[in-house]
Design a protein around this ligand. Structure first.
Ligand code: ATP
Length: 235
């Protein structure tokens, strides 16, 4: 469903990604691991159309996305939940979800989708009128994911969904992602929380300084010395 080949991203003279390749199949949940500054967000932003690659191919269902604008990428079924969530704090949960239905591909069946999304996040169902700015970090993350789902995606991109959340709340967010995964939606997740993300994902890639330095099944990555060294407190 998604194939990335030799992707380069630069900011001025700085190279954030120096020729990265990866692939995600339909229905898979794939995680991208890496330390701060490894280039994980840049990669996700390029797939979401928020950052223009310097060169390389991002192919979705056989079509190159590298020069496609972000609003058109949403129409093709790719939804990005950005780091920091990008939700509207002064609007209610219901209004944030309504904004998610804006793409043409989301208009048909919006009501049924809203019901499904609220079933996935019962906590939001109880709080539809609440202003999002008054909610906890975990609830806000749920609103961001729920809004992205309202755009009727077939590929959901999540940038550090556990960022700034307490462990118990992270657990709740990942439990919701597990339920989303069971619906068959394809997930590509950037995470620093290696344990939670490898428990969810089937496969992953390790980025270091803008390059893929490791890849494999969740089990392989869990025991990869580079992952152990970088994240799990190994030596
Ligand atoms: P983090 O977990 O800290 O967000 P990351 O792995 O997601 O890290 P990126 O955010 O993709 O990494 O950043 C990769 C590199 O590119 C970093 O060195 C960062 O400072 C740089 N960078 C990212 N965005 C910009 C920008 N808009 N302008 C200049 N440099 C940038």
């Amino acid at each position: 469903m998604l194939e990335i080949d030799n992707l380069r991203i630069t900011y001025g003279k700085h190279t954030a990604l120096g020729g990265v390749g990866m692939a995600v199949d339909k229905g898979e949940c794939v995680v991208i691991l890496g330390a701060n500054g490894a280039g994980k967000s840049s990669l996700l932003k390029a797939v979401g159309g928020v950052v223009r690659p310097a060169s390389g191919v991002i192919s979705h269902e056989g079509q190159d996305l590298a020069q496609v604008p972000a609003h058109e990428i949403v129409e093709r079924g790719i939804a990005l939940v950005p780091e920091g969530r990008g939700i509207f704090a002064r609007m209610s949960v219901a209004d944030n979800l309504a904004l998610g239905c804006h793409p043409a591909r989301a208009r048909g069946g919006a009501e049924a989708r809203r019901r499904e999304v609220l079933e996935l996040f019962p906590r939001l169902a109880e709080r539809q009128k609440q202003l999002v700015g008054t909610m906890s970090g975990g609830e806000q993350q749920m609103v961001a994911i729920a809004r992205a789902l309202m755009s009727n995606p077939d590929l959901l991109l999540l940038d550090e969904p556990s960022l700034g959340l307490a462990p118990i709340v992270t657990k709740e967010v990942f439990a919701a992602l597990g339920r989303i995964r069971e619906t068959g939606l394809t997930l590509l997740i950037v995470e620093q929380n290696v344990r939670a993300s490898l428990a969810l994902a089937s496969r992953g890639y390790l980025l270091e300084a803008g390059r893929v330095v490791g890849s494999g099944s969740a089990e392989q990555l869990q025991s990869d010395p580079a992952v152990q060294r970088a994240f799990l407190g190994g030596t």
